[in-house]
Design a protein around this ligand. Sequence first.
Ligand code: ADP
Length: 281
Amino acid sequence: MPLTMQSRDANAAVTGTPVTDTPPLEYKHVWYAYGAEPVVEDITFAVKRGEFMAILGPNGSGKTTLLKLALGLLRPTRGDVLLFGQPPSHFRDWLKVGYVPQRTEALQNRFPATVREVVAFGLYRGPGLPSISGRSAARAQVSGAIESAGIAALADRRVSELSVGQQQRMLLARALVRKPELLFLDEPVAGVDAAGQEQFHSLMRRLNREMGLTVVIVSHDIGAVMREASTCACINCAMVFHGPVHQLTSRELSDLYGFPVDVLVHDAGHEHSHDALQEHR
Ligand code: ADP
């Protein structure tokens, strides 16, 4: 059975525990510099519970740096990053947070593990910490995550036998196995063919809609983002646009990327109204 992501909220409804309005993620006037020049300049936005937020921007515009700030891998030079209301350095409930890294980063060191073994590693909480659950519960959780990621048939395959798109789904399952409330994805479909990209994005949309997972995705694929995401933040070190995807115009995209980008409307009934994009390079 696929995973159910909203267990904490569902429990809250049953027990009467109030569900807070604290956004899962908030940047407040955040600056960051690796050296003298800032690469993140005065960024402010929040990601609400249940939102599907895309972070768009050209190479080197600070997208990955923003994710690293959220994950506590970097500390802002100025301003505040808040994860469920707390600075990442004080945040302890990391099971609420999933992260799908860029594939190349994640699979640099290949080892002869199966999909199931890699996904199970997502339950590991570090040395000295109690295991997440009993053995059979953990097995069920791993199977559920693999099913949710749409790769049940590949569970016992070795990683080295998988296509790029299949490896990416395995990394997604590894993040889902923790039953996160907030999922970060960094260029998850880089190197995946067009059909695989399409499928991956619609899977993310389904997880977002049906399971209430809050999604923050860094993507190069403007078209897919326009179809699947609900909101977007366009950054080029500073914020260029933040708001609902359907308010994003060709002009803002062209300013962002430095070349003309047309927003084509194919289907007026589509909820985002902008159904496809055409880029002129
Ligand atoms: P993006 O994800 O949008 O491509 P990044 O956040 O990775 O952008 O990088 C933003 C800028 O910071 C780039 O100019 C990049 O070269 C620089 N940068 C990234 N990581 C480091 C680092 N570890 N040390 C120095 N500069 C870095």
